[in-house]
Each structure stands twice: as C-alpha cells, then as structure tokens.
Design a protein around this ligand. Structure first.
Ligand code: URA
Length: 205
C-alpha cells in the first residue's frame, strides 16, 4: 500500500500535511467528525505508533491518544522504558467514526475503503519521518501498514522489515486491554503489551 511507497525527494512537512488534511474529502468521515485528528510528535522521532482512529475524546481535542486508551498506552510505554514525547503518534484513520446513541457517540470500526483512502496520509507521514520502527497497534493499523500479509494474534511481537526502510512491530490496540473483564487475564495481557513495546526501546533515541 501507499505506506510502503518510500521516501520522496522533497516530502512536505508534517505541518503542511496536516493543513492539507484539514480539507480532506477522500472519504465521508469528515462530514460527521468534529475535526481532523492528525499525527503529532517530534519530526525527528525514530518510532511511530499507529492506532486505529481517534475516539470521542480525541475528536473533541483534535489530538491523538488523549482519552482512556491513550492513558493506558502512556502507562505501558512508561513501563517499557519509553517516553511518549519522543514518539510520533498517529492513526490509520484521521476522523472519528461513530454511531450516535442518545447523547453518547459509540466508536464504530472504519471499513476497508476508509482505511485504504486514509492510508495516503499515513504513507505521507511515514515518507516525511522515515522512522526506524512503526508500531501497529491492532488490526486496523496493521492492515493499513502491511495489507493482508500479517495477523495481530498470529504475528504479535514480530518486527517485520519493509522495503521503505522501517520495520513494523505488531501488537494489540491498547483499548483491547480496557475491554478484558477478568482481572488476571487483563494483567497478563497488559504485561505482554509492555513486553511488545519494550522491543522498540532500543530504537527510540
Ligand atoms: N484509539 C486510537 O486508535 N487512536 C486514538 O487516537 C485514540 C484511541
């Protein structure tokens, strides 16, 4: 996919890409979302973390991973010895997709077409940053980055090299940890997530 397109001679800056993306009509998700949630982080980041799409809180704030999933991601990064502020955080899809239920806005999964169209932006971000490692947080990010070549539960913890020069680390989405009911299972899965993230610690600086 476009995420593997390699470096451009003169890749536009992240700020310029964000500005362009504010007017994006590649799919219909901009119509109901409050605003674009573009990636953010240092331009010199060696590690990029890719989620699925902004949630309710991110949609309102205009920033990625500022809600409950972001909090658990921050904690797990910290436990893995990684400072969030040294990473670039973004999403496979950059507008919130939801179903209105009374006053609540329930997250709904972006479809393959929406992921495909939005992968243009993810590819542009990666072309600009050319990181060493890109962390696929869950199935949506993984399909945007590697298409159908890998599966989260089968390939979890693997670092897959790509022709664009970065490797993709495959792991779960942090919101998965919030949905596990059993306390022991949740703790075990959280520990596994921290161990997956610890694999990128040597690449951060
Ligand atoms: N979940 C995501 O995948 N991305 C965010 O930015 C927040 C929650």
């Amino acid at each position: 996919g476009p995420a593997l397109s390699g470096e451009h001679a003169e890749a536009p800056s992240i700020a310029a890409l964000r500005k362009q993306a504010e007017g994006c009509e590649r799919c219909d998700l901009y119509k109901n979302a409050t605003q674009l949630v573009f990636g953010e982080g240092p331009g010199k980041a060696r590690v990029v973390l890719v989620g699925e799409q902004p949630g309710d809180r991110e949609d309102l704030a205009g920033r990625p991973f500022v809600g409950p999933a972001g909090r658990i991601l921050d904690e797990c990064l910290h436990e893995a010895g990684i400072d969030r502020s040294s990473c670039y955080l973004t999403n496979a899809v950059k507008h919130f997709k939801f179903e209105q239920r009374g006053k609540r806005r329930l997250h709904s999964r972006p479809n393959a077409g929406e992921v495909q169209r939005c992968s243009w932006w993810l590819g542009a971000e990666l072309d600009k940053l050319h990181p060493k490692v890109v962390v696929a947080l869950g199935a949506t990010a993984l399909s945007s980055l590697l298409g159908r070549r890998a599966r989260v539960m089968k390939n979890r913890g693997d670092l897959i090299p790509t022709p664009a020069g970065y490797s993709v680390l495959i792991t779960i989405h942090p919101s998965y940890l919030l949905r596990i009911q059993d306390k022991e299972d949740a703790a075990a899965e959280r520990g596994r997530f921290v161990r997956d993230l610890a694999k990128i610690a040597p690449h951060v600086d």
